[in-house]
Design a protein around this ligand. Structure first.
Ligand code: SF4
Length: 220
């Protein structure tokens, strides 16, 4: 029986094995019809929920369905549409500037590499990994707030540092598992190992990782 103190590669393999079968849907919860829309939606998802973003992108992409059109958008109109997702001034600026960069440098398409994606306004490693894995079918380690919380509680990552968590997963789990691992750990954090009420702290709720989890920072 695996335990909480097992080496990181074995622990990650076991987490992957258990969660991938429970959450086999390895895809974003954001609504999109193109890689351009996905990139913009992920930029908008910073500091808010996918559900909140999905409430504004229907109108946003109806008005501005391509990088060409968004690059020419009136920022006041974009701000009005995306207002509910929060930080709307900076996010409006980021998505318009990103659309301009896509038009100027990539013919309106998303960049072909993760490194070029990271040069776009408002694009960090989570966004770049998510879009690259969904659109270019390359392995992506997508460390969002849910994934980072779970990895810290498990004892895989020693502090809340997304870049560190990404590097630990990269060093200890084979690449073909990275994308599925990211999505299944995300779902586990979103629905089971939640920020306020992890399942192991609720009578009768149950967690499929309880016997291998160090429960770091979880107060009973
Ligand atoms: S045992 Fe608790 S802290 Fe560990 S993964 Fe499960 S719900 Fe989260």
């Amino acid at each position: 029986m695996p335990g909480a103190s097992q080496p990181t590669p074995l622990l990650l393999e076991e987490v992957h094995r258990r969660l991938a079968s429970l959450w086999p849907d390895a895809h974003p919860l954001l609504h999109y019809h193109s890689c351009f829309e996905l990139l913009i939606a992920v930029i908008l998802s910073a500091q808010t929920t996918d559900e909140q973003v999905n409430m504004v992108t229907g109108e946003l992409f109806g008005r501005f369905p391509t990088a060409e059109k968004l690059a020419l958008a009136d920022i006041a109109e974009v701000e009005r549409i995306i207002h509910p997702v929060g930080f709307f001034h900076i996010k409006a600026r980021h998505i318009i500037d990103t659309a301009k960069a896509l038009e100027a440098r990539f013919g309106g398409d998303i960049p072909p590499t993760l490194e070029e994606m990271l040069e776009l306004p408002g694009v960090g490693r989570k966004t770049a990994n998510l879009v690259a894995s969904a659109c270019h079918e390359v392995p992506g380690i997508i460390v969002d707030t849910h994934v980072l919380r779970v990895l810290c509680r498990l004892g895989v990552c020693p502090k809340k540092d997304a870049a560190l968590a990404e590097s630990i997963v990269r060093a200890n789990l084979s690449p073909e598992k990275h994308t599925q691992f990211s999505y299944s750990v995300n779902r586990h954090g979103k629905f089971t190992c939640t920020a306020r009420k992890p399942a192991c702290m609720q009578a009768g709720a149950g967690c499929p990782l309880e016997d291998i989890c160090s429960k770091i920072g979880v107060k009973g």
